[in-house]
Structures are given as C-alpha cells and as structure tokens.
Design a binder for this molecule. Structure first.
Ligand code: NAD
Length: 357
C-alpha cells in the first residue's frame, strides 16, 4: 500500500487546482527489501527500519500507517503523540477496545485523522451515494454493500498475518474488508441498530501454519431511515468468493428509484426508476471523479486513480476546503464499524440477533 501512495504522490500534478502538493519524504519498514524499492522515488530522503525516525523528522506533516492490525494501536498513538496528522489503515485497531483507545488519543491530541477506504471515490459509487441521498427514490427498501475477493480459495496461499486472529483480529475478514463496505452506508446515515451474522472460516491449515480467521462474513442488519419502517441492510465481506478477484459493490433500492454500482463494470451505473413502466437504465460513465484531473472525461478510472482521489479528499479536508466533496472515513465511523463487527462476532457465537448500542 505504501508503494501505491508513492505512485499517487508521484503524479499529483494531474490534479487540477490542487491546493496542496504532497510529496513522499520518508518511509519506515522493518523489511529491508520493501524499503529498497523506495530508492526509486526521487523525493524520498529517508529510508529507515525504525518508524520513530519519521516521527522525529520536522519535514514530515502527515504519516500514513499500513502495518498488520496488531500494530495499529501502538503506531497510530505514537504518530499522534509526535504531533503529526495521520491517514490510518483499516480496521483502525485490532478490535473495538483498541479503536476506542485510539479515538481517545485523537480527541486529546487534536490531530487530523482519517482512515483509508478508496472505492467510494469511483465515479459510479459517488453516483449511487448521490441517488441515495437525493430523497427522490421513495421509501428505501433495502441496502446492499459488499466486497468480494477470491484468492483465499487457493489453499496454497501462505498462512500470513491476515489469516491469524492474533495479528488480523478476531473479526477476521471484517477487519480486512469491512471498512470498505461500511464507508458509503455509514456516510448516508445508515447506522445498524442490530445485526445477525453468518461467519465462515477458510482452510484451517496453509503453507506456513495454522489459520483461524473468519474468511467470509454476511451481516444482516436493521437500519432506521428517516423514521420510516426499519430497512434491511446486508453487508458482505468475502475472501472466498468464487469467481471474484476484487469486486466492491453498493446498491440502494427504494420504492420509486435506486442505483447500483460494481467495480466489475467500472464505468457503468445502473439506475432504477419507476414510472408507468419500471426501468433499469445503464449509464455509461466516464472519468467524472470528485477531484478533477487532466484525464479526459471519456476515459475509465482504475484503482490508482481512486486511491489518488481518496488522498486528494484527505488533504482537502485537512486544509478545510473539502466543500461538497465526499470525505475519507472519520474516526467515529471507524469506531462504529468496530461496534458492528464486535456485535457480529457475538451474533455468530450465540446464533442470535445482537442489538448495537
Ligand atoms: N486500503 C486498502 O485498499 C488496503 C489494501 C491492503 C491492505 N490494507 C491495510 O494496510 C495495512 C497493511 O496491509 P498490507 O496488505 O499492506 O500488509 P503487508 O504485510 O503487505 O505490509 C505490511 C508492512 O508493514 C511492515 N511492518 C510491520 N511492522 C512494522 C513496524 N513496526 N515498523 C515498520 N514497518 C512494519 C512489514 O514489514 C510490511 O512490509 C493493513 O491495515 C491492511 O488492512 C489496505
């Protein structure tokens, strides 16, 4: 993920009228091979195995932390105590207690902190968000948001830190993919008040050791929307989804309209409307990203583009001019996701619906 950030900063000049001009100044990684790659980044002046060196460096304003989940709390808090701003990674602490402690330090430090989630910056995702917010789709009937990966179907994939609860967290796949799935619904105000979870484990053994994390999660939640009847919201996070490489999707359906977007069709928005006849309209989108760039409007965006858009939102909000643009995940949204995931683990254990307080 660090290399992706270097790539985004390295071509920052494509953003029109950016009020900030970030550059990658330093990188810390315990792994010498991972560090060596950054020698190719001309702006990078410091490569170190000790992240404390970054925190002592006056040239650095913002630190991006992408480390295994068991390291989040310690490093995030060290960053905040050093007086630097933070773009954190999901799941924002290994569990709910950890997220609560991080949020406490954010509040006392006053530093600007957001959490990474890039898929909502696809133009299609932005359009679903706008349709859902418009108030023009009648009574909302259902919400579905998901992220499907398939690489864990391969039993020869190694037992790395993401497949062990002590490093990935007891929430497993929810910690890995859940923030991506919650960002848009939470921003729409769709806060789950209860959840029933179906969690599935993957292979118990992989090359390199035992694995004990949840690999697939289906969360069936109730949300309240505008004081109307409760609405079912289904959140799907899967590392074992046959046929899926990296599919993020969102769908919001109401009595009069709705919209659906999936990264499987990155330039397609499906929009539902109900008139005399019911209609699903296929809109061919172009490069209509929230932060405008030099790229022509007819072209299609990809992962590096939306990652850059997310960073543009981070810096714009940090500078106080996000205006009407969509912002990155806030610490309170990250905390809410942990409340949901903790309730989901409890739901699985008890095979019951759990109220989320
Ligand atoms: N936003 C996204 O799309 C996205 C995608 C993948 C991963 N992630 C998140 O990014 C984080 C890292 O995941 P990853 O897939 O990049 O993992 P990774 O294992 O590929 O990389 C983690 C790196 O952290 C380094 N590291 C570990 N402890 C360290 C320490 N104390 N000091 C310095 N470096 C240390 C490791 O050497 C390694 O290079 C996780 O929180 C994960 O959930 C986000």
């Amino acid at each position: 993920m660090g290399r992706e950030v270097a790539s985004a900063f390295g071509r920052w000049f494509v953003i029109n009228d950016s009020k900030v001009n970030p550059s990658l100044y330093a990188v810390a990684d315990l792994n010498k091979e991972a560090l060596k790659w950054f020698n190719s980044v001309p702006t990078c002046k410091l490569l170190t195995e000790n992240y404390q060196d970054l925190l002592e460096c006056p040239e650095i304003d913002v630190v991006y932390v992408a480390v295994p989940h068991n390291m989040h709390e310690k490093i995030y808090i060290d960053v905040l105590n050093s007086g630097k701003d933070l773009l954190a990674e999901k799941p924002f602490g290994i569990d709910l207690g950890s997220a609560e402690r991080i949020v406490k330090v954010i509040k006392s430090s006053g530093q600007f902190v957001r959490c990474s989630s890039e898929f909502p910056f696809f133009p299609g995702a932005q359009r679903v968000y706008k349709v859902a917010k418009s108030g023009e789709i009648g009574r909302i009937l259902e919400v579905r948001s998901g992220f499907h990966h398939g690489s864990d179907l391969d039993s020869s994939k190694a037992a790395n830190w993401k497949r062990q609860s002590k490093t990935c967290g007891e929430i497993g796949v929810m910690g890995d993919l859940g923030m991506h799935v919650c960002h848009v619904p939470f921003r729409l105000g769709f806060e789950p008040r209860s959840v029933y979870a179906q969690l599935q484990k993957g292979y118990p053994e992989r090359p390199g050791g035992a694995c004990d994390t949840w690999d697939n999660a289906m969360l069936h939640a109730w949300i309240d929307v505008d004081g109307a009847e409760p609405v079912p919201m289904r959140l799907e996070m899967k590392r074992m989804a046959p046929g899926e490489t990296d599919t993020w999707f969102i769908e919001v359906l109401g009595t009069d309209g709705g919209a659906r977007f999936s990264t499987k069709e990155p330039r397609t928005l499906w929009q539902f409307s109900r008139g005399i006849e019911q209609e699903w309209r296929r809109v061919d989108l172009g490069f209509d990203t929230p932060f405008k760039t030099i790229t022509g409007g007819i072209f299609e965006p990809g992962f590096p583009d939306i990652l850059m858009q997310m960073w543009a939102a981070f810096f714009a909000e940090r500078e106080g001019h996000l205006n009407e643009c969509f912002g990155c995940v806030t610490p309170s949204e990250a905390l809410l996701s942990h409340r949901l995931f903790a309730a989901a683990v409890q739901s699985q254990q008890l095979n019951q619906v759990i109220e989320i307080t």
